[in-house]
Design a protein around this ligand. Structure first.
Ligand code: FES
Length: 118
């Protein structure tokens, strides 16, 4: 039986996002969770993202924002490819797509010295 995806708990303090296999594991003020790693916009690695003040996961490339409970994109990207800036119509279009094609969501829990994705 394969070992579950995990990250050392010491590497996941509150506010941190870390990779574990295909998952971005998040510690949002002690609430542990995991979402699939590829942004629905242009596939950036969400384990390199960050948490904002609302507890949303922010993509490192164009700052699309995701709800960690539903995996839904709640704010669309601000740019595309190498461009970073306002793209009003495009942003809304990608957001609507990200509301339908959500990130996969898993629970995560502390197990010994690790955080394990369920
Ligand atoms: S790749 Fe994530 S917002 Fe563009």
């Amino acid at each position: 039986m394969p070992k579950p995806h995990h990250v050392p708990a010491a590497e996941l303090p509150p506010g941190a996002v870390r990779p574990a296999g295909p998952w971005a594991v998040v510690n949002a003020d002690g609430r542990l969770s995991a979402v699939s790693r590829r942004c629905r916009h242009q596939l950036a690695d969400l384990s390199e993202g960050s948490l904002d003040a609302d507890g949303c996961l922010v993509c490192p490339w164009h700052q699309a924002r995701y709800d960690l409970h539903t995996g839904e994109m709640v704010s669309g990207p601000r740019g595309f490819l190498g461009y970073h800036g306002p793209t009003p119509g495009y942003t809304g279009l990608v957001k609507r797509l990200g509301q339908v094609v959500r990130l996969r969501v898993r629970r995560a829990h502390r197990q010994g010295t690790d955080v394990v994705v369920d």
